[in-house]
Design a protein around this ligand. Structure first.
Ligand code: GTP
Ligand code: MG
Length: 429
């Protein structure tokens, strides 16, 4: 069976776009999630080949790609989710990823992680494991990690997380067979599934709210996770629950009563919504750090330290902005001033050619209006455009690509974000 309009087109979507109708009961749905730029689409393309379809998530400007492959007679429909660093739903991409994992009823969620910065990627893994226990971790870019002399004990990682972990180099198709096998045997997952546990007060609060959530949702959603989100006061999540499950929690007196009681219990312990969110994030980040310390070894001992030192300089409040301005100025200066020399050379060459063309037309003694239109009109305009535009572009784009590939652009974004937050604070004060 190929991908039909029915299995991949808009016809399969429910109103929110997250439910994919299967063609047969045995079809399985895979959610493919991960941080941006970790190779999700490379994995997706390698598994599905031409069996894919792209569009947008209904009502969103986020791309929606889905495809299919077969294994042992089962059809697997894969959904390539937008790249996200977390499922805290701070952006529309995070919202789509979270809602699909939560409400799209995927049979398996594959998290693609970058082997060269696994610790940061584990954050998303742990957050996803809070929503569903059908998770497979695909540690991609193993070839890059090898080059950087980073080694990862995948078996130890699998036993720490309690899920299947597969190492891949998707660009060269390595490890994808094992990934397919791991997805197929999702029901034979390890028994010691890692569940992040929070402080006693938070755990107590969850247990106070869980029965009310279970009462309302049954098995439609993960009661522990939904309880946590309610306590955090995640209004986007309330909206998603309303759109996807049809429950407007804020209209339910029983939930409101339990939520108020539990929040006041947490409040008495000094934990309000913002602090709760901080505590949750901190606990997850610390857990990622603890796991990483045990499973990742850097052969170049000072590899991570050196990176951190460079980061500190490039993103510090004192040096970050001046370095950024200086670098952007250098790019600007090279583009504008540096382009003058090649521009001059190209112009000289092209206008020399123009003279030759005019001479040729004179020798051929063709009508003057033809040489006027072709040489003085079309050719001269083209020559100007090429000599003026080509050099700046040929300098600017490679320089910008260099900044992007070296990882400096995200640092600029970080600096600007800090800057705008400070500006907003100053305005408010
Ligand atoms: N060296 C190496 N490069 C890879 C591997 N997998 C993917 N890439 C490269 O990594 C880059 C990003 O890959 P994508 O598949 O577009 O990543 P993505 O996660 O879909 O990115 P977003 O959709 O932007 O979040 C591409 O240049 C790939 O060729 C790999 O295993 N090894
Ligand atoms: Mg992609």
């Amino acid at each position: 069976m190929g991908l039909t309009g029915k299995s991949t087109g808009t016809g399969v979507l429910d109103q929110s776009g997250y439910i994919i109708q299967k063609e047969t009961d045995t079809d399985k749905i895979i959610a493919l999630a991960g941080n941006p730029n970790v190779g999700k689409s490379t994995v997706f393309n390698a598994l599905t080949g031409l069996n894919q379809h792209t569009g947008n998530w209904p009502g969103k400007t986020v791309t929606n790609a889905r495809g299919m492959y077969q294994f042992k007679g089962t059809n697997y429909i894969i959904v390539d989710l937008p790249g996200t660093y977390s499922l805290m739903a701070n952006s529309v991409e995070e919202e789509v990823a979270r809602d699909f994992i939560c409400f799209g009823q995927p049979d398996v969620t594959v998290i693609v992680a970058d082997a060269t910065c696994l610790e940061r990627n584990l954050n998303l893994v742990l957050q996803t494991m809070e929503i569903t226990d059908k998770v497979v971790l695909c540690v991609n870019l193993m070839d890059e990690a090898k080059k950087k002399k980073i080694s990862i004990r995948l078996d130890l990682l699998a036993s720490k997380l309690g899920i299947s972990v597969v190492g891949t180099s998707a660009r060269s198709n390595k490890g994808l067979d094992s990934l397919i096998e791991a997805v197929d045997s999702i029901d034979e997952q390890h028994s010691n599934y890692l569940r992040v546990t929070y402080s006693d007060e938070i755990e107590k609060a969850i247990s106070l709210l869980e029965p009310a959530v279970e009462n309302l949702f049954g098995s439609k959603s993960n009661k522990r996770w939904v309880s946590l989100k309610l306590l955090e006061g995640d209004t986007g999540m309330l909206e998603s629950l309303k759109n996807n499950l049809g429950f407007d929690l804020m209209q339910n007196e029983y939930i409101i009563h339990c939520l108020t009681e539990t929040k006041s219990f947490l409040g008495n312990a000094g934990i309000h919504s913002d602090k709760l969110r901080d505590l949750i994030v901190t606990k997850i980040v610390n857990t990622c750090e603890d796991i990483s310390k045990e499973v990742i070894t850097y052969e170049k001992k000072n590899y991570a330290e050196r990176d951190r030192k460079i980061d500190q300089i490039l993103t510090s409040k004192i040096t970050g902005i001046p370095i950024m301005i200086l670098l952007l100025f250098v790019v600007f200066w090279l583009t504008v001033t540096g382009a003058n020399y090649p521009s001059e050379l190209i112009a000289k060459g092209l206008f020399w050619l123009e003279e030759q063309l005019s001479a040729l037309f004179r020798i051929l003694s063709g009508p003057e209006w033809i040489s006027g239109a072709l040489v003085d009109g079309i050719y001269r305009t083209l020559a100007w455009v090429v000599s003026v535009m080509l050099p700046p572009m040929a300098i600017f784009f490679p320089l910008f690509t260099l900044l992007e590939d070296s990882g400096y652009l995200p640092r600029i974004a970080f600096n600007m974000d800090n800057f705008s937050t400070c500006a907003v604070r100053c305005t408010i004060n």
